[in-house]
Structure formats: C-alpha cells, structure tokens
Ligand binder design. Structure first.
Ligand SMILES: [Zn+2]
Length: 273
C-alpha cells in the first residue's frame, strides 16, 4: 500500500516536470522569433529639424514655438507685433554695474537667459579697451508707449516711425534687446557709434556671444528702421553665427524659421496656435 503510494507520488512529480519542460521548450522558439523580428529593430528615429539660411552652415532648430515672445528666436518687427501685447518676461535681471544708473530698474534689466553671454561680451570688450554699458534694455508696453508718443509729439509720426517702435512692436519688450553705449556716452544713440573703435568691435564680435546688430546700414528698406549700430538683439550663438554668415537680417530669416516651425508642428513637438 505504502509502496504504491510512493510510486504514484513519484509518477505525479515526473508528469509535472515533463509538463514544465515541454511548456518551456514550446515558448522558447516564440521568444527568439520575437527578438529576430525585423520590425522591432527599426523603430523610427525622430528627425532633427535643421534651419539652413543661404550661405550659412545649417543649424539645429530650437524646439520651442518661435511665435512666443519668450523664444530667443522670436521675430518682432513692424509687420510682426508681439503675439502677447502685454508680455513681460518673468526672468528679468538687473544689470546694476553695466547699465545707466539714471534709468529705471526695467530699462536696466535683460532676461536672465541673456546675461551669461552679455557678461562675457562686456568683459572681453573691456579687455579690448571699451567700457560698455546698457543704455536701454527691457521696456514694458507702457514705457514704449510713453517714448513713442513723445517722439511723435516732437517730430511727427512719419519721422518717429523711423527710429521708434510702436508699443507692442518693440524688441525691447522681449527683454532680449538693448541699446549699447560707451559709459562715456560718446555717440549715444547716434550713427557715429558705428565708426568708433567700440562700435566696430561690436559689429565684428557680437555674434560670437549670440548677439546681432539688428538694424544694419544696408538693410533699412527691409528692417524699416534707420541704421542703428547700437541696437543689439540676442538670438543665441548658433543663429547669430548663421545670420552673420548669411548676411540676412532676422526679418529675412523669418521664412526659414517658420519652415522649421511647421516641421516641428508636423512632428508634434510643438502645437499650432
Ligand atoms: Zn533699441
């Protein structure tokens, strides 16, 4: 009786082991088939969107929406006002030592994203012998309205439009643009700044720090602003270098940036508005 019981237990154990071995073997080919499936090794990779300005090395497109005033690639001009008229950056930083002390805090500030490259440029300019400061940096909508209305009152709307932006159309409101000056104020907001050694240094070197001279002498028909060798705009080093290589203004680069934006929308990286 006892022997028979042991025999049955051993038989059951053998049957269970057999079932386990069989199920393991039968699932093995399935596993290997999965790993050799060609579809699993060709997961589509995300395509990098490039911006190729004529005559410039292509640069990788940024993945934020350039229509947002917070983008360092945003284009603001007479035809493209800020998409948010009351935009005010939330990362303004006071450049206390390198700005006009007779100006308000807003105008002595830039966005923090600009500050490291600004500091590098100011330090290298100093080494080259030029003591540069911000004459006017960030301007909120209300301050731009105040300036613009004053200019119109003094010289009429047509003249004022050549050197002053209407509120909501000024790059100064982005916190990415500023008017640079020698601390001595020599040639302050005057085209003669471009002929000073400091102005020439800026024109030749600003792009190395991510800045562009936004309103060049030979592009007034495109920018619709007079030559302003003092007005610098931050665009980041890759785009500033590409703009310098291509000789295009930001306005002329706009269609190329929009093309990249469309591709990013198609890829689902940004959403159209
Ligand atoms: Zn300016």
């Amino acid at each position: 009786m006892r022997k028979r019981f042991v025999f049955i237990v051993v038989l059951l154990v053998l049957i269970v082991c057999g079932v386990v071995v069989w199920s393991t073997r039968s699932s093995a080919p399935h596993q290997s088939q999965q790993s050799s499936n060609p579809d699993s090794s060709t997961v589509p990779k995300e395509k990098v969107v490039m911006v190729a300005l004529p005559g410039a090395d292509p640069i990788e497109a940024r993945t934020e929406d350039y229509n947002e005033p917070s983008s360092i690639w945003v284009v603001v001009n007479k035809d493209l006002p800020l998409s948010n008229q009351q935009y005010r950056p939330n990362d303004l930083t006071l450049l206390s030592e390198f700005s006009r002390t007779d100006k308000g805090t807003d105008e002595r500030s830039l966005r923090s994203i600009v500050v490291p490259d600004f500091d590098s440029m100011i330090a290298d300019a100093k080494t080259a012998g030029f003591d540069l400061i911000i004459g006017s940096g960030f301007r909120p909508y209300s301050l731009q309205a105040f300036y613009y209305n004053n200019y119109v009152a003094v010289s009429g709307e047509e003249q004022a439009n050549k050197y002053s932006a209407k509120p909501g159309q000024s790059e100064h409101q982005t916190g990415l643009a500023f008017d640079i000056t020698l601390r001595s104020m020599q040639c302050y907001l005057d085209v003669c700044f471009g002929d000073t050694p400091a102005g020439k240094w800026i024109a030749a070197n600003a792009a190395n720090y991510g800045f562009i001279v936004r309103y060049p002498a030979d592009k007034t028909a495109i920018t619709k602003y007079q030559y302003e060798p003092w007005h610098l705009r931050y665009a980041g080093k890759p785009l500033a270098a590409a703009l310098q290589q291509s000789g295009l203004t930001l306005d002329e680069a706009y269609p190329y940036l929009q093309k990249a934006r469309t591709e990013l929308i198609d890829q689902g990286k940004i959403t159209a508005q």
